[in-house]
Write a new protein. Structure first.
Length: 175
């Protein structure tokens, strides 16, 4: 039913585009006409399939469930310019250094600078500072040590089970 409504709507849009004369058509109208024709042709040639399994949604849901419990050990492998440095056994999954507990921006109404109105401005982070963090990850090792990894050439891989990579364990015990 949605396909039929879409086709009818596209035909009406196309008919509206055809009513104007070529001499009065703007480049925008011409582009819209071509785009509408392409959409109708594409939909007719290859209809949108009816999905019944939703694999991507299943994967995302299963991923969220996997990490939604305390004490999940993860194996965080650190790489620098493609070379494995080593791995940590971590308490939970790594978090992006660009994840925040509070919004990075806030809406301010009133006079701001030389204008008046609604303005989106930087908001202070939980520690009272402003600005963004460098890209990277942070996590806690199984022993409770805080680790942050990032910088030029830094990448990582994590899993909830050890991987067959030849890499030394980097965890240090607390004395």
């Amino acid at each position: 039913m949605k396909k039929v409504l879409f086709l009818i709507m596209m035909v009406l849009v196309l008919a509206g585009c055809l009513v104007s004369t070529p001499s009065t058509q703007s480049a925008r109208e011409s582009s819209e006409k071509t785009q509408g024709e392409a959409a109708i042709t594409a939909l007719s040639a290859i209809p949108i399939p009816v999905i019944s399994y939703f694999q991507e949604r299943r994967t995302v849901a299963k991923w969220a469930e996997r990490w939604d419990k305390p004490g999940v050990a993860t194996y965080v492998y650190l790489f620098s310019f493609g070379n494995v440095i080593g791995y940590y056994v971590a308490d939970g999954k790594p978090a992006s250094t660009r994840s925040y507990l509070m919004p990075e921006e806030t809406l301010v109404r009133g006079e701001y600078g030389e204008g008046w109105g609604d303005f989106i401005v930087s908001a202070p982070d939980i520690d009272g500072t402003y600005g963004e963090n460098n890209p990277g990850i942070r996590f806690f090792t199984a022993e409770g040590t805080a680790v942050e990894w990032g910088g030029s050439g830094a990448s990582y891989l994590y899993s909830d089970a050890p991987l067959p990579l030849n890499a030394p364990r980097l965890n240090v015990s607390r004395n």
